[in-house]
Design a protein around this ligand. Structure first.
Ligand SMILES: [Zn+2]
Length: 315
């Protein structure tokens, strides 16, 4: 599992909280002098300044105090998790903690609803604390090897049932032109290993692509990003749903691109998918020229990462 997102760094004071999550327990500090529950972890009681704070295991249950939906990533690494339901939960002990809601849709989220913890095991050493509704059937643990995958793409129509359109039938070909995009393709993950392979192949081994440590410090994106050209060629791996097939030609030539843009980066580790539309159909001297606009997006992102107006000549 490629993981390239920032994770909490436990300190000596907060380590018992993170160790508790690893054991699928929520632990809070409680002041032995005045009884105050304390979160976030601290050295002193915020009520009486006592240093006599003891760790206690609690149920972790509480109520939803407030919630918002983030549709623009808070950091580039989270582009594949949009939308994020950022929430504040009030535990039954009275403390508030910041979290992300999982397994709930808009209609199910209500301020004041009962919520329970979900232990989200990240690859490596950290388990994060998410929340879901007490009534939700979401599992209580998300294991590191079972991170949620993007939704399954629209199934490709079986070849036998696809409409056959002769490239010589110009009216039928022109009827394919549309402002509306196809359904989404399947998705693939742009891993650091894939980026490294492309860096070696192309000779473009600029640190912004290949050095995750330096990129975390110096990159405007906070992480390494895929080469635009890599994302562009990954189109060949994505299967877009097409309900027709063009027939009646002797030769099909990839004529190049009328427009190629890389409007937004693809951070390492993100999943991408694609969709297309037929933009133009023209009769030319040697046959019929079709311009297909292919757009590749990070899954969940409205803005494309690649726009490619591909020109195909049917002769
Ligand atoms: Zn106290």
């Amino acid at each position: 599992m490629n993981w390239n997102k920032p994770l909490p760094q436990p300190t000596p004071i907060s380590a018992p909280f993170w160790d508790g999550l690893k054991a699928h327990q929520v632990k809070l500090q409680r002041c032995e002098d005045c009884g105050q529950w304390v979160f976030f972890p601290r050295a002193h009681c915020p009520a009486c300044a006592s240093t006599q704070l003891a760790w206690r295991t609690v149920s972790g249950e509480g109520t939803l105090y407030t919630c918002t939906v983030a549709r623009i990533p808070t950091l580039p690494e989270f582009t594949d998790e949009m939308p994020q339901r950022l929430a504040v939960v009030e535990l039954d002990e009275g403390v508030h903690l910041n979290t992300t809601l999982v397994g709930l849709d808009d209609a199910q989220v209500r301020i004041g609803m009962r919520v329970r913890p979900v232990f989200d095991e990240r690859p490596g050493t950290i388990t994060l604390l998410r929340y879901t509704g007490t009534d939700s059937d979401h599992p209580a643990v998300i294991t590191a090897h079972a991170q949620p995958e993007p939704a399954a793409p629209a199934a490709q129509a079986p070849a036998a049932r696809r409409r056959q359109i002769s490239c010589k039938d110009l009216d039928a070909m022109r009827a394919l032109v549309s402002e509306t995009y196809s359904g989404w393709s399947d998705s693939i993950q742009v891993t650091q290993a894939l980026i490294d392979q492309f860096a070696e192949l192309s000779g473009d081994d600029y640190w912004l692509h290949t050095d995750p440590v330096r990129a975390r410090e110096e990159s405007p994106f906070g992480t390494t990003i895929a080469h635009g050209a890599l994302v562009q060629v990954l189109m060949s791996r994505l299967k877009v749903p097409m309900d027709y097939e063009i027939t009646g030609f002797n030769n099909m030539v990839n004529y190049g691109s009328d427009r190629l843009r890389f409007p937004t980066p693809v951070p390492s580790g993100c999943h991408i998918h694609a969709r297309y539309r037929v933009k133009a159909v023209e009769r030319v001297k040697s046959g019929v020229q079709v311009t297909m606009e292919f757009n590749i997006h990070v899954v969940g992102q409205d803005r494309p990462s690649v726009i490619n107006d591909l020109v195909v000549l049917y002769m």
